[in-house]
Design a protein around this ligand. Structure first.
Ligand code: ATP
Length: 262
């Protein structure tokens, strides 16, 4: 790992995108959801976070932008600790795309939705317009700026939801089940968009072929601990690992038949 500049412990140019160390968390009712999770994600990596229902995936994600506060351990985004004093900058660096785009789109037009975050951060005029155009371009929705989001298809709304997050130029893009409810064409279009981005991606998914298609690396979280971390193709080919953590490939799907991304 590149050593950090001692004069600047929050140096965002050398630190990994994400460093989770010894993260443990119990919900207020006492349920322990995470038990000492360690995870480092390098700049520009695309990583799938896999695991059965109740594994702790959402709990982990909610720590990345400080919605939940670590019981023990730490989280840092590009060297900046996730802590109350840093929350505004942490939330700019960590863009979460939720499963339902309608949780993220609430303005009368696509342009206003995409402009909302950067405008709240103080951008105005030509600079703001440039951010919006750039983000919509990156998700292939440039011609839709004046449309009301509720007139778009579900797949288009999901791409606009990605644009709302990209408009903040995040360090890391976190996607919760990005392929859910998409038809095959929309699924492919979103995959093309995600592959084209030069941003770190952490994708929570039960869609193992999608993980294989998009993410060279996967992490299996199970029972609040990391059970495996490695090449997606290797993990999906490990029948014992898959069975132990209730990970199931679609009938007839052979992970060796797919050219895995590098
Ligand atoms: N607010 C809460 N209070 C108490 N326990 C909770 C709460 N939210 C989640 N849990 C528990 O914490 C554990 C981890 O849940 P989490 O939602 O992080 O799992 P997940 O891996 O995201 O599951 P899924 O794949 O179903 O979305 C589960 O046992 C769950 O029941």
């Amino acid at each position: 790992m590149t050593p950090m500049d001692p004069m600047n412990p929050h140096d965002s140019t050398t630190a990994p995108s994400l460093e989770v160390a010894g993260l443990a968390y119990a919900y207020p009712d006492g349920h322990q959801a995470l038990f000492g999770v360690d995870l480092t994600v390098a700049r520009g990596e695309r990583v799938a976070l896999l695991g059965p229902n109740g594994a702790g995936k959402t709990t982990l994600v909610l720590h990345l932008n400080g919605i939940l506060e670590a019981g023990a351990g730490s989280v840092a985004v590009a060297g900046l600790p996730v802590a109350k004093r840093n929350l505004a900058e942490v939330r700019r660096r960590v863009g979460i795309v939720f499963q339902d785009p309608d949780d993220q789109l609430f303005m009368p037009t696509v342009r206003e939705d995409v402009a909302f975050g950067p405008a709240a951060a103080g951008l105005r005029g030509a600079e703001l317009e440039e951010r919006v155009t750039e983000a919509l371009d990156r998700v292939g929705m440039a011609g839709f700026a004046d449309r009301p989001p509720h007139h778009l298809s579900f797949g288009q709304r999901r791409r606009v939801a990605v644009a709302t997050v990209l408009a903040m130029r995040p360090e890391i893009l976190v996607l919760d089940e990005p392929s859910s409810n998409l038809d095959p064409a929309s699924r492919r279009e979103l995959a093309d968009v995600l592959r084209s981005l030069d941003v770190t991606v952490l994708m929570v998914t039960h869609d193992l072929p999608y993980a294989l298609e998009l993410c060279p690396r996967s992490v299996v979280l199970s029972g609040g601990v990391i059970a495996a971390d490695g090449r997606t193709q290797d993990l999906l080919c490990d029948a014992d690992l898959m069975a132990a953590h209730r990970l199931e490939l679609p009938f007839g799907f052979d992970p060796r038949s797919v050219t895995a991304p590098v």
